[in-house]
Design a protein around this ligand. Structure first.
Ligand code: FAD
Length: 412
């Protein structure tokens, strides 16, 4: 059986970041990256807004807050080193009513606490900077930028293979068995053995963890993020990215105007409960996904507190006029005709059995396995330090093998 020091499952940005950094740090190691699709970045990584987040939203002390801030700097440095196009265009979080003005102050305080370069902008100053955007005030976050994460991922994969890493595309992991000194992995293209297994499976994270025998107390709930693209005549509608002030209870940032690195402007994404983890067309239903969702107690505990939001998102998904109203709050000139089709993305959001949205990144470890269980936004921004964080854990375990320590290291 082919045997490797490390097997990484998942060719999104997190898996590629881990695989590349393993070989950077351990040049002689044997590493295999397994991806079920025929290309890298086929799911979340290739269907996102392309924003390099600064980290203003995240709870102080959380992994998200730390790894996003580090990830923003690391992403810019990676792009500089490898000639990948990006733009540090900054972002305006625009408050359009009194309640949002209050939330804006709390968010601004959080930004300052996180040590971010952000400033409060008055209504008049907002109009001066962005004449086509209206609001009562805003926060400007200078270090936010844009990039194409498919390109970043492709470069990580290229660096990985150039250092001797092996890749098998079109290979689905179907069984995982952790033994005393290794992990046996069954895939659709044959069996593999790994000294350490790292699983970065995005929307399939809970299934992979269950397959591996972990005690899984959460499920991945797919939230569709539906976008529109503005017509090319509106590509100059804004200079910075324009975001609403988000609801602090939700992990989603609200429909925003995003300049893409190719010069176009997208509107979105919304956050609609999805019935297929990998079905991108509207109304996609996967019966297995739907059954697991319907029988997951956490969803039924989450919904009573969220039904108003869920209905609002669903009705805006069904009606372009409703969707438009969200954007017209801060960009009143937009019309229904300006909302042109653009592919949706699907977020992998972990929800606990108690019905709580898990906000922070969640990584579970056993002696021989590391499972990335929750890596929603800003995990594209944070992918380099997430990879480093996983690697540090792996190297610590590999370097210190006393039996007592190994026995104590259960899943957490
Ligand atoms: C609509 C949307 C907008 C977003 N906007 C941003 C943004 O602007 N900035 C930002 O930082 N983040 C953003 N995010 C979040 C970001 O895209 C994700 O957090 C990040 O891409 C997660 O990467 P990943 O590698 O964990 O997952 P993925 O990219 O989903 O990759 C997981 C991979 O695992 C593979 N896989 C799964 N199961 C198996 C199996 N059994 N065998 C083999 N392979 C398997 C899948 O095929 C997939 O390729 C956004 C996400 C969405 C959906």
């Amino acid at each position: 059986m082919p045997t490797y020091d490390f097997v990484v499952v998942g060719g999104g940005i997190v898996g590629c970041s881990v695989a590349w950094q393993i070989l950077q740090s351990e040049p002689g190691a044997t590493v295999m990256l397994v991806e079920k699709e025929q290309s890298f970045a086929a799911h979340q990584t290739g269907h996102n807004s392309g924003v390099i987040h600064a980290g203003i939203y995240y709870a102080p002390g959380s992994l998200k807050a730390r790894l996003c801030k580090e990830g923003s700097a690391a992403t810019y440095a990676f792009c500089d080193e490898h000639g990948i196009a990006y733009e540090r265009c900054g972002k305006l979080l625009v408050a359009t009513n009194e309640r949002e003005m209050e939330r804006m102050q709390a968010l601004y305080a959080r930004g300052l606490q996180a040590g971010l370069d952000c400033e409060l902008v008055s209504e008049a100053e907002l109009r001066r900077r962005e004449p086509r955007i209206s609001g009562q005030g805003a926060i400007f976050v200078r270090s936010t930028g844009i990039v194409n994460y498919r390109q970043v991922t492709a470069k990580m994969a290229e660096l990985f293979t150039a250092q001797g890493g092996k890749v098998t595309l079109g290979s689905r992991v179907t069984a995982i068995a952790e033994r005393a000194g290794h992990v046996d992995v069954r895939t659709s293209t044959g069996p593999l053995r790994a000294r350490q297994l790292i699983v970065c499976a995005g929307t399939q994270a809970d299934r992979m963890a269950r397959l591996a025998g972990l005690d899984v107390d959460f499920a991945i709930v797919p939230f569709r993020g539906e976008y529109y693209r503005l017509p090319p005549a509106l590509n100059d509608v804004t200079r910075a990215l324009i975001y609403p002030i988000p609801d602090p209870e939700l992990p989603f940032l609200g429909i925003h105007l995003t300049r893409m690195i190719d010069g176009s402007v997208t509107v979105g994404p919304n956050a609609v409960l999805g019935f297929a983890r990998e079905g991108y067309p509207r109304f996609s239903v996967d019966l297995k996904d739907l059954w697991e969702l319907a029988t997951f107690p956490g969803l039924w505990k989450l919904l009573p507190g969220q039904w108003r939001n869920a209905l609002h998102e669903f009705s805006n998904s069904m009606s372009r006029a409703g969707y438009l109203e969200e954007c017209r709050k801060y960009c009143p000139e937009l019309t229904v005709a300006d909302l042109q089709p653009y592919p949706a993305g699907i977020r992998a959001q972990a929800v606990s059995r108690r019905g709580e949205l898990i906000h922070d990144f969640l990584i579970k470890k056993t002696d021989r396995m590391t499972h990335v269980c929750n890596a929603p936004s800003p995990a594209a921004t944070s992918a380099i330090p997430i990879g480093r964080h996983i690697l540090d854990g792996l190297l610590a375990r590999e370097a210190v093998p006393p039996p007592a320590a190994e026995a104590a290291a259960g899943a957490h």
